[in-house]
Ligand binder design. Sequence first.
Ligand SMILES: [Fe+2]
Length: 423
Amino acid sequence: MVFGAATITDRLSAQSPQAAVLGPILGHSDETSAMVWMRAATAGAFTLEITPEAGGKPILLKQAATEKDDLCIHWQVTGLQPATKYRYRVLEGQKELAADVGQILMTAPKPEAPAKVRFAISSCAKEDAGSRAVWNRMASEEVDAVVLIGDTPYIDSTELEKQTKRHHEFAAVEEYQALLKSRPCWWTWDDHDFAGNDSSGVAAGKENSRLVFTRYRPQKSYGDGTGGIYTSFRRGPVEVFLLDTRWFSMTGPSFAASHRPTMLGTKQWEWLQQGLLASTAPFKLLACGVIWDDKENLESDDWGTYKHELTAILKFIGEKKIHGVILVGGDIHASRVLRYKTTKTVGYDLPQFIASPIHGSTIPSLNVYNPDLVRSAVEPHVFLRVDADSTVTPAEFHASLINKDGETVFSYHLTTDDLRPKA
Ligand SMILES: [Fe+2]
């Protein structure tokens, strides 16, 4: 990777990893706004300068890095033009702090404009060489956006210091920073970044996990504003609903069955229903850390434990005739595609894609038999490369599981015709 001269100097002069600048990287962005994140090495004022690639007046935004926020800065840039390329740099006073030529920001096209987008989606990453090779592969595949759905990173604690240390170490991976300096990323968590293995919303100290997540992950919103981290975004023909399947789980009775525990919580369920009803996207991804099946092991963190809520979601999609829904999960260190025979309830056969792991430890025993399984692979260092294209009719959704060497492990192709309610 190539760094600007000032950045190299800063990195070399850093006394310890804690003293290095992290980022800048890109978070949420849409057709008129973008978020840029950086963790400064010291408290102070830092200016983000954004300039249209085609030329024009730069936008300057000054932000303070404070110890209170662990020196994490979120710049929210508004008033941008759709489908437009911008260059950005970070200044400390008059000095260039981060001014790499690769610092490019591309806004989303207008939602209704026919467009092609390429996403990378995966889960379960460490800071090892194999995970770093996956970040490099995502970059060389020229994905437009990255979606990370949990165990990114492994923390296994809700202690503030441990959460902070692990987020810091993860964000310090140079290949991760290089990938995300020029494409937006969205995140949700799974058990290991939320609290610990198979953890639920009753985990003590979960407020610490959320606080650190909000510092290190620049999203437009986090859950309901006080709890959870669910969020959504639209890019081209795809709208992604990033669900939080941890924060609210087991915290009270379910909206779907009062004698059973909740997974999503009532507010997230209402948010999801409103979002699905309002969405005009040809493809609507419901993405979360866990899988949409029963894992068939002793753990309870899967949709199999909350079948009553899964049933409510499927019933809602069917009754409201919501087309284009695709389920996405991670967690199990195996990758799969399932095509459920849901035409009677949903109106069409719902697909699920499972993408895991980015690191190297697979779990063959979780690649269990399922009559609806259409693809599977127990393969390390993988991500799902999604090409969605609404410039053709019907719009296409082509997903391939790609490994760190760029090999295609499997592919599965859908069109909007496959995901339209049968009369
Ligand atoms: Fe994992």
